[in-house]
Unconditional design. Structure first.
Length: 78
């Protein structure tokens, strides 16, 4: 079950990239979209099953820094 949910999450991630670009999480139109709602549902199911995210890789940390800067640039956070 967990593997199926993770696979669905990966597919939704690819869809989000196609629809909203590489930094889809920074796009206002993503939030509240059917893609975001389904991602949220999948994450809740994973949490309910006790699944925990692995420690972030250096690449993931670099991406998070890039997202942070983009959100600051857009005025979403200070």
């Amino acid at each position: 079950m967990i593997n199926e949910l993770l696979e669905r999450r990966d597919i939704l991630n690819e869809i989000a990239i196609e629809l909203y670009g590489e930094l889809w999480v920074t796009e206002d139109s993503f939030w509240g979209s059917p893609t975001e709602l389904e991602m949220r549902e999948i994450q809740e199911q994973l949490n309910d099953l006790g699944w925990e995210e692995e420690a972030p890789t250096d690449e993931q940390i670099a991406l998070a820094d890039m997202l942070f800067e983009e959100l600051k640039r857009k005025g979403k956070i200070s």
